[in-house]
Design a protein around this ligand. Structure first.
Ligand code: SF4
Length: 444
């Protein structure tokens, strides 16, 4: 055994998984582990999985051949799998294809890791002390200036195509006091941008509303009031959140978009522009209701950049249904869309009730139509920034070029020789614009 045990952690999927991995890394560091990029020298290998698409799960199965060989050479290495795969695999059907895996547990059970590792490898860990709530484990953040803050886990919405309610359970909101304590800790350690995470983050309800300040102007005792409290913490300059659900975009949440630290960006998944498809997806809003929310958002913050998620080729989506999505895209004038080609997920209602009847090539074609539309729109919108100043959170400085995101979540690059600017927010005057990036010069 090496002097200090080593762990190798691979994260798939969304920002929530990344934040969960930061907690696992924090927990393992407390147990005396150090991280390694090389799985061949690790004592403990952990894959944090995603189940949103079949391809994400296939990648995990693909790793198993390597791990069987690794186990032959080093039987003592512990291999663990957490995240959405074990979360949704209540009957452990998927586990059958993961033979070399020793530990297979849903995310919230990471609290048991000290005990499980001590049982399997008493030479690595000799303490089995554990926290009862995994969200109280201190994350080991990869960035000093940006940090994720999970405010909610699980989801009650049961969109017919989605595995999340099965993989992560029903919606559970963290107490306000815990969230504010974590946010103050982030502020003290220099975090400038906080990203609030939840599956439907804007449906947040505080279980301890008595902890809201008396001066808080929002009466919802929910997400808008939380945003106001976070705006009062000195230090962080930007607050960003994902992902929102249209049905929880209350008037108060829309009003809170005008709070000073709110980034100039809203990500509001729409999934389809057709009422028939939205109903089959169990999204519980109509195209008209979505457009009404967008109109209110634009009235509250006229220059806000808008992003969305769209699924093309959902069961029963005809060419005419798809055209309704295209027209909605144009009506809203989105800055960006994360478009996915529908793939049925076992265990979901859509998989049980509907046939996956849109051919693969047609899904790809629809995806390309939206992709082209997005590029055209993004270029036009980015060109509107030329000669204007934007604030940029610098993520890195490499080879004389700094890059980071603007408040509109657009990639911006500018010449910069000072690597100490990484992690700082600076003003940049935009000189050129392309589909996926804008270029400029720092304003000094
Ligand atoms: S809102 Fe729908 S798509 Fe989003 S996590 Fe919940 S069930 Fe899944």
């Amino acid at each position: 055994m090496s002097l200090q045990p080593k762990f190798h952690l691979v994260t798939y999927g969304c920002q929530m998984n990344k934040n969960d991995s930061e907690r696992i890394a924090g927990l393992l560091a407390q147990l005396g582990f150090v991280e390694t990029d090389n799985e061949n020298e690790a004592d403990f290998i952990l894959l944090n999985t995603c189940s949103v698409r079949q391809s994400a799960e296939e990648r995990i199965y693909g790793k198993m051949k390597d791990y069987l060989l690794l186990k032959e050479k080093r039987p003592e290495v512990i291999i663990a799998v957490t995240g959405c795969m074990p979360g949704r695999d209540k009957k452990r059907e998927l586990k059958k294809r993961l033979r070399p895996v020793d530990l297979y547990f849903p995310t919230a059970e990471m609290v048991n890791l000290p005990r499980w590792i001590a049982e399997l490898r008493p030479d690595l860990v000799n303490s089995d002390d554990q926290e009862s709530d995994y969200l109280k484990i201190n994350p080991r953040r990869s960035s000093l200036s940006q940090g994720f803050l999970t405010i909610q886990t699980g989801c009650n919405k049961f969109c017919s195509y989605c595995v999340v309610p099965y993989a992560r359970g029903l919606e559970k909101n963290r107490p306000l006091a815990d969230i504010l304590q974590e946010a103050r800790g982030m502020a003290e350690s220099g975090v400038l941008e906080i990203t609030l995470l939840g599956q439907t983050v804007n449906s947040y309800r505080a279980s301890d509303p008595e902890n809201f300040s008396r001066q808080n102007p929002y009466s919802d005792k929910g997400f808008a009031a939380l945003l106001w409290e976070l705006n009062q913490i000195s230090g962080p300059k930007r607050i960003h959140w994902t992902a929102a659900h249209p049905n929880s975009m209350s008037d108060e949440v829309i009003d809170a978009l005008r709070l000073p630290k709110q980034v100039n960006y809203l990500h509001l998944p729409v999934q389809s522009g057709s009422n028939e498809i939205l109903s089959k997806m169990n999204r519980k809003y109509t195209r008209e209701q979505y457009l009404e929310i967008i109109a209110k958002v634009k009235a509250a913050r006229p220059e806000i950049a808008l992003g969305t998620d769209i699924i093309v080729g959902f069961s029963g989506e005809s060419a005419a249904h798809f055209e309704e999505t295209v027209s909605l895209y144009k009506d809203v004038d989105f800055d960006i869309s994360y478009t996915a080609q529908y793939s049925p997920r076992s265990g979901t209602l859509a998989c049980k009730l509907f046939t996956d009847d849109v051919p693969k090539d047609e899904k790809k074609r629809r995806w390309s139509v939206l992709q082209d539309l997005m590029e055209e729109t993004a270029l036009r919108k980015n060109r509107a920034f030329i000669n204007r100043e934007v604030s940029v959170m610098v993520e890195c400085v490499q080879n004389g070029i700094a890059s980071g995101l603007t408040g509109e979540m657009k990639l911006c690059k500018f010449p910069c020789a000072d690597s100490s600017l990484a992690g700082k927010i600076v003003q940049v005057k935009v000189t050129q614009a392309f589909e996926w990036q804008i270029l400029g010069d720092m304003v000094v």
